[in-house]
Design a protein around this ligand. Structure first.
Ligand code: DX5
Ligand code: ZN
Length: 244
C-alpha cells in the first residue's frame, strides 16, 4: 500500500469508537421532509445523510441545496451531503449555506479529487471521500490527510433498497488499516443496504459509521426501534457470535 503518515496516535483497537447511525432520506416521505428529519432526531439518529444525485454521475435525481436548506430549521442534527454528482464543485458554497456540516465527494467524480476536498475545507465544511464498489481502497492513499470520513459504498449508487454487497468486507478492512496509520481521526462509514442483518458484517470489517435508508424505514417498529436494533447489532458480543 502507498505510504501514508505512519505516526500512530489512534488506538489500534477501534472497538471504542462511537457507533454513528446516519439515516438516508431516500426512502423517507419526501412530501414531509421537515417532519421526517425532526422524527429522525427524536428516533435517536446521530446525523442526517442527504443522498444528492444529479442524473449524470448516477441515473437518479434527488435533492438540491434549496431542499436541504428547507429542512435545516426542523432538526438540530448535523447534515452530511453525499454528492453523487459529476461536478461536486458546482454548488459547494450553496451546500454549506444550506446547512451541511460535511460534504462527501466521490473519488470517481472527475480528475481533481485532491482539489475538490481542499475546496470543501476552504468553504468551511468537513470533507469526506466516497468510494464506489469497484474503486480500490488505494484511491484514498494521497488524500487521507484531507478528510475525516471515508465512505465505502456497499451498493452501486443511485437508488435505495438495493442488496448489501458483502464482497466489500476486504476493502472496509483495508481502509480501516490505513486509517489506523494516520494521526487524525477518520470515520469509516458504510453506505448501501445496511440493516439489522448486514450491519454486523460491516462492523466486523472495521466500519464504525452506518448509513441506513430502506431497512430503517421498513422496520416494523419504526425508525427508533430500527436505530436501536442497528446499534445493538454492533456490540462486541453480537459480533463475536455473528458469522460476519
Ligand atoms: C445509494 C445511497 C445510499 C443508500 C441508502 O446511492 O447513497 O445512501 O442506498 O439507502 P439503503 O439503506 O436503502 O441502501
Ligand atoms: Zn448515500
Amino acid at each position: 500500500a502507498p505510504a501514508v503518515t505512519t505516526t500512530r496516535h489512534l488506538p489500534t483497537d477501534m472497538s471504542h469508537d462511537p457507533i454513528v447511525i446516519a439515516p438516508s432520506l431516500l426512502t423517507a416521505d419526501l412530501s414531509r421532509l421537515g417532519e421526517e428529519v425532526a422524527a429522525l432526531e427524536v428516533a435517536g439518529a446521530d446525523r442526517i445523510h442527504w443522498d444528492v444525485m444529479d442524473g449524470v454521475f448516477v441515473p437518479n435525481i434527488t435533492f438540491g441545496p434549496d431542499v436541504v436548506a428547507s429542512a435545516r430549521a426542523h432538526c438540530t442534527l448535523p447534515f452530511d451531503a453525499h454528492l453523487m454528482v459529476a461536478e461536486p464543485g458546482l454548488l459547494l458554497r450553496r451546500w454549506v449555506e444550506a446547512g451541511c456540516e460535511r460534504i462527501v465527494v466521490h473519488a470517481e467524480a472527475g480528475p481533481h479529487l485532491h482539489r475538490s476536498l481542499a475546496e470543501i475545507a476552504e468553504a468551511g465544511a468537513r470533507p469526506g471521500i466516497a468510494l464506489n464498489p469497484a474503486t480500490p481502497a488505494g484511491a484514498i492513499a494521497h488524500v487521507l490527510d484531507l478528510v475525516d470520513l471515508v465512505l465505502v459504498m456497499t451498493v452501486n449508487p443511485g437508488f435505495g433498497g438495493q442488496r448489501y454487497l458483502d464482497t466489500m468486507a476486504g476493502k472496509i478492512s483495508q481502509v480501516a488499516a490505513w486509517v489506523r496509520g494516520v494521526n487524525h481521526a477518520v470515520e469509516i462509514q458504510v453506505d448501501g443496504g445496511v440493516g439489522a442483518d448486514t450491519i454486523g458484517h460491516a462492523r466486523a470489517a472495521g466500519a464504525t459509521s452506518f448509513v441506513s435508508g430502506s431497512a430503517l424505514y421498513r422496520h416494523e417498529g419504526g425508525p427508533a426501534a430500527a436505530i436501536a436494533e442497528l446499534r445493538a447489532r454492533c456490540t462486541a458480543d453480537v459480533l463475536v457470535g455473528s458469522d460476519a
